[in-house]
Write a protein that binds this ligand. Structure first.
Ligand code: PLP
Length: 432
């Protein structure tokens, strides 16, 4: 290696070491990170500070749906950043209205409001449900139903409808009037629904909670009850939406639309953008001054959002999500025969989870050592969220390397659910 190259390599190394030192000294203590600094990505791969290559089957937790450095997204980012990064929402920009139009076509909703994140979209959707009930003269109609094992975000509104106690309890009191319903338990839903409910919020395919799908009968009854009592059925599609399941929205597998859908994660290719999508009265409830945001829906993020939708359509990526999802699922199912601690493979498209009978938290670290990015959620579910552009060869490569990870890692202790936060009931089992 030439002297110059050697210096550059060591400079990168020092930079990474000092980045980690600064992080541990100056960042608040919210994440337990491995000693790796990612410096760039290309397609389905990311590279760390040592130049080591990883196959990314986590995709920024469902954000990098087009992988890394997609040339068409880069072209739009470069072009539009040179024109305008931000204009105030007091004025029109060229892309916000057109992106709203495209999203209404994808979702079946009527109007959009853009946000910066998923949690902000959830909070806005809950406000929208309460406001609409109030506009209909029902001032006491403020209760909100959510599902056990849900995850909707970290701000106070979204946290109030997030189920695990460990997330909520340290921050109580939260927004009052929230009650949790057992997933896929129609009788429990019926018992808790009445005229005082203004909203029921659900993830059609629960992500953080462990990749648990809602059943058709539960969705149908939720739709009926929401209509009957004049409450908003809110679909949180922040993780499952915009193509991840192989359909534009996960709820499109069921009959009947939600009243409100919230999205975020992949829409602007990693730039922060989310949206509340609503139909009917819910789409008309906000009036100037009632809701707003500084950053949400800026020209750059909306231009990228439009290009994201164009690419998914032009490159037929929903078809790829379905095909690669089926390939990955079949491969994972084969592993269940070999490793008796894999209880079940769940999910749809490229949103898949392996339910383990052991504590799975060791596996993301072991996978990292083998050059794979995966995640463990709810202590015992390994979650895979690869980019929509993943190829047949990359799925095969993942499966081969993942098998080695499972085989070479010392079997962890059995998973024991926390008494205050038990694993979802078997009422979810068998729902595909
Ligand atoms: N809702 C769901 C289903 C999510 O998966 C997430 C994030 O993981 C959120 C809401 C919160 O989104 P954000 O982190 O952008 O605030």
């Amino acid at each position: 290696m030439s002297k110059v190259k050697k210096n550059r390599a060591s400079e990168r190394h020092v930079t990474a070491a000092s980045a980690m030192r600064d992080a541990s000294r100056y960042l608040m203590n919210t994440y337990q990170r491995p000693p790796v600094v990612f410096v760039r990505g290309q397609g389905c791969h990311v590279y760390d500070h040592r130049g080591r290559k990883y196959l990314d089957f986590l995709g920024g937790i469902a954000v990098n749906a087009l992988g890394h450095a997609h040339p068409r997204l880069l072209r739009v980012i470069r072009r539009e950043a040179g024109r305008a990064i931000h204009f105030s929402n007091l004025y029109h920009n060229s892309f916000q209205g057109p992106l709203a139009r495209r999203l209404t076509a994808w979702s079946g909703m009527d109007r959009a409001f853009f946000t910066n994140s998923g949690t902000e979209a959830v909070d806005g959707a809950l406000k929208l449900a309460r406001l609409t009930a109030r506009k209909h003269g029902a001032t006491e109609k403020t209760r909100i139903l959510a599902l056990e094992h849900s995850f909707h975000g970290r701000t106070f509104g979204a946290l109030s409808v997030t189920h695990p106690l460990s997330y909520r309890e340290p921050f109580e009191p939260l927004v009052p009037g929230v009650e949790f319903v057992r997933g896929n338990d129609v009788a429990d839903l019926e018992a808790k629904f009445d005229d005082s409910v203004c909203a029921l919020i659900v993830e059609v395919l629960q992500g953080e909670g462990g990749i648990y799908p809602l059943s058709g009968p539960f969705w149908t009854r939720a739709r009926e009850l929401a209509t009957h009592y004049g409450a908003a059925l809110i679909a949180d599609e922040i993780q499952s939406g915009l193509g991840r399941t192989g359909r534009p929205f996960a709820y499109q597998r069921h009959i009947g639309l939600p009243d409100i859908a919230v999205i975020a994660k992949p829409i602007a290719g990693g730039l922060p953008l989310g949206a509340i999508l609503a139909r009917g009265d819910y789409a008309e409830a906000f009036a100037p001054g009632l809701h707003g945001t500084t950053f949400g829906g800026g020209p750059l993020t909306c231009a990228v959002g439009l290009e994201f939708l164009n690419i998914v359509e032009d490159e037929n990526l929903l078809e790829n999500v379905r095909a690669r999802g089926a390939q990955l699922r079949a491969g994972l199912s084969r592993l269940t025969a070999e490793f008796d601690f894999i209880r079940e493979v769940r999910g749809e498209g490229l949103m898949l989870g392996l339910d383990l009978s052991v504590d799975g938290r060791i596996y993301p670290k072991a996978a990292l050592r083998h050059g794979l990015l995966i995640n463990c959620t709810h202590t015992h579910v390994l979650r895979l969220l690869p980019p929509f552009i993943v190829t047949e060869r990359q799925v095969d490569e993942f499966l081969a390397r993942f098998r080695v990870v499972l085989a070479q890692t010392k079997r962890p202790a059995p998973y024991i659910p926390e008494p205050a936060d038990p694993a979802p009931a078997h009422s979810f089992a068998g729902v595909r």
